[in-house]
Design a binder for this molecule. Structure first.
Ligand SMILES: NC(=O)c1ccc[n+]([C@@H]2O[C@H](COP(=O)([O-])OP(=O)(O)OC[C@H]3O[C@@H](n4cnc5c(N)ncnc54)[C@H](OP(=O)(O)O)[C@@H]3O)[C@@H](O)[C@H]2O)c1
Length: 399
């Protein structure tokens, strides 16, 4: 049977074949550099057996990667960087949102027209979850909250919702990759309720979908982070920051963009990350005190601390938790004095020895000092050029 091109009298096959083959022989590129085998392709998701999986283009923003991802929690901190990376490689991203139309507006520009699809849903309505997952072949769950509210407990947000998404994804039948974002330190024996519920979620997801991938990021650092920003804000206002305990708790903060890259790397692999748990910590371990020093150095303020023993820090932050469901109005969102955060800071949280890490996903995480913390410049009291660094303070006559 003649091809459509031949029937229409087109000569494009012959015309295009010659330059490509001569180009290939001239530069001796292997066959997989062409078509769907091009290494720029976004993923190795199977192209057979799924009607809507079509790949086109060369692998960039205007291509079609074949990935149609529903990203739950895309309106949050990590979501912004993950959606950007998914869109950049030509994936379609379905963004379930529950709040105002503004919550996803910043994401729309990250992809071509029609590539980022916001869809209103209700996390407590199973049918609406099914609707936002219906067209997807990948599900990524970033939903999480680091404090409880009047409406939602840790148990519901971090555990039950995650479990429900996994059950629906299993019923769906066409979800080829499921990625759950948990937390470093998630364990049933953790002093933090959040980390206990995250551990319960991991267990439930791997029970429903043994081929799911779980990533456990450490504290994430970046422009919208919830550790350096509150500290810098507090320091600018009061010229000191409260440090829980003696500031010696060890953490392994990670640049948020690296966590997004790790999720993309897991999606792009040949399926080797399926059914595995990755612990994503940055290249350096910091004590809380050292991290605070980095913050003070970047905002160019003299470091002042008030060390608050754990029992006192807990006493300060407990009333919110006690009153949360007893008063008829919402209470302020806890930032530094978050009881659960204080509980989790009572133990070190670093990547465990035998864990799978960034390295196993082919990624070298960036050091925090430098670009990842540059956003803190906005907190310099006298504008970006305010103050001086240690090296500038040393007079040239000494060097
Ligand atoms: N930030 C960190 O340092 C850190 C460290 C380790 C692990 N993690 C985990 O990584 C994931 C992403 O973190 P993130 O910092 O991007 O979180 P985030 O900025 O707080 O965003 C959380 C997302 O979850 C959604 N969400 C929260 N409560 C919800 C509820 N009751 N119903 C439906 N959606 C809800 C939010 O939607 P709305 O916009 O509608 O509120 C938002 O899209 C979370 O699972 C978090 O636990 C974060």
């Amino acid at each position: 049977m003649q091809s459509v091109g031949r029937r229409l009298g087109y000569q494009y096959i012959r015309h295009s074949a010659a330059p490509i083959s001569s180009f290939k022989s001239a530069y001796s590129l292997p066959d997989q550099y062409y078509g769907a085998d091009n290494p720029r392709w976004a993923s190795t998701l199977a192209t057979k057996g799924v009607g809507h999986l079509v790949r086109k283009g060369t692998g960039g923003r205007s291509s079609v990667s074949g990935i149609i991802a529903t990203v739950f929690g895309a309106t949050g901190f990590l979501g912004r960087y993950l959606v950007q990376q998914l869109a950049k490689m030509g994936s379609q991203v379905l963004v379930p949102f529950r709040g105002s139309e503004d919550s996803h507006r910043h994401l729309k520009l990250m992809g071509d027209l029609g590539q980022i699809v916001p869809m209103k849903y209700d996390p407590r309505d199973e049918d609406s979850i099914k609707a936002v997952m219906a067209k997807a072949n990948v599900v990524i769950n970033l939903i999480g909250r680091d404090y409880e509210t009047r409406n939602y407990s840790f148990e519901e947000v971090n555990h039950h919702m995650a479990e429900q998404l996994a059950v629906i994804a299993k019923e769906h039948g066409g979800i080829m990759r499921y990625i759950q974002v948990s937390c470093l330190g998630a364990s049933p024996s953790s002093p933090s309720k959040l980390l206990r519920t995250k551990a319960a979620a991991e267990e439930a997801i791997l029970r429903e979908l043994p081929e799911a991938t779980v990533v456990r990021p450490a504290v994430m650092i970046g422009t919208e982070d919830r550790i350096l920003n509150p500290w810098a804000h507090f320091a600018k206002k009061y010229s000191f920051i409260p440090l829980m305990g003696d500031g010696s708790t060890k953490i392994q903060p990670v640049y948020v963009v690296d966590v997004a890259s790790a999720i993309i790397a897991a999606l792009k692999d040949d399926g080797s990350s399926m059914g595995k748990v990755y612990e994503l910590g940055g290249p350096d371990i910091y004590t809380m005190h050292q991290l605070a020093e980095l913050m003070f150095e970047t905002i160019r303020e003299y470091p002042h601390y008030v060390k608050i023993p754990f029992p006192i820090a807990k006493a300060i932050s407990t009333p919110r938790e006690l009153l949360l469901k007893k008063v008829p109005f919402p209470l302020p969102v806890p930032t530094i004095f978050n009881l659960d955060l204080i509980e989790s800071l009572s133990t070190d949280t670093v990547v465990s020895e035998n864990a799978l890490t960034f390295e196993d996903l082919g990624i070298a995480p960036r050091k925090l000092k430098g670009y990842p913390v540059e956003f803190l410049i906005q907190y310099r009291k006298g504008g970006p050029n305010y103050g001086s660094t240690v090296s500038e303070k040393i007079s040239p006559k000494w060097s």
